[in-house]
Design a protein around this ligand. Structure first.
Ligand code: GRF
Length: 199
């Protein structure tokens, strides 16, 4: 199974999966990172792990359809079987979405459908969790569809929200959970234990 990543930022979730591929916990070959931001730390991480990095963004392709086509064609050229969104801050276009239907995973730092949707990313998610007085939060791995954070859920795991938690502490603990949940999900898919819907 060939993995392709899309990331915009730090890439710690991608790193967790790369490490698990390298030591055999995930039977898959990571080959490509598509990144919109040339200075993202994710590009350094990917190159250090031997992945090719393609920078594709609205600067290079001002027409959104061109950008979408270019992302899709790059993933196709690398014969990517599973696309892993790892902190990718842009919407996936309709061509990429339909060519890779049910083959694009995302992770979100909450128990979806709670605290998801447009504008719910980063600290905002955890601030909203604390404001709402929830006693638990967590992380969700799901297949993407055309709406933010809405596709079918594959795996979810929860943690408690403590009374002393701040948005920052919650983000930190959730991110740790994300790493193990994401690699577990990719590993189960690669081993055939989670079967993705056929399109
Ligand atoms: C994670 O919280 C993930 O859930 C969200 O963006 C963040 C990315 O973190 N989609 P990283 O770049 O993987 O460190």
């Amino acid at each position: 199974m060939k993995l392709g990543f899309l990331a915009s930022k730090n890439g710690s979730n991608m790193q967790a999966i790369l490490d698990a591929c390298a030591d055999g916990r995930i039977p898959a070959s990571p080959s490509l990172l598509v990144c919109n931001n040339p200075s993202a730390f994710a590009t350094t991480r990917a190159r250090e792990s031997g992945l090719d990095v393609e920078i594709l963004n609205g600067k290079l392709h001002p027409d959104p359809d061109d950008l979408d086509t270019s992302i899709r064609d790059t993933l196709l050229a690398y014969k990517i079987d599973l696309v892993v969104l790892a902190g990718y801050m842009k919407r996936i276009g309709p061509r990429t979405l339909s060519t890779f239907a049910n083959r694009i995973l995302n992770i979100h730092p909450s128990l979806l459908p709670k605290f998801g949707g447009k504008g719910m990313y980063g600290l905002r998610v955890h601030e909203a969790v604390i404001r709402s007085g929830e006693i638990e939060t967590g992380a969700t791995v799901h297949l993407i569809n055309e709406n933010y954070d809405e596709g079918p859920i594959l795996q979810q795991q929860s943690i408690l929200v403590y009374s002393h938690d701040t948005a920052e502490s919650l983000q930190e603990r959730t991110l740790e959970l994300e790493h193990s949940l994401y690699l577990d999900t990719v590993s189960r898919i690669a081993k055939g234990e989670i079967v993705l819907p056929s399109d």
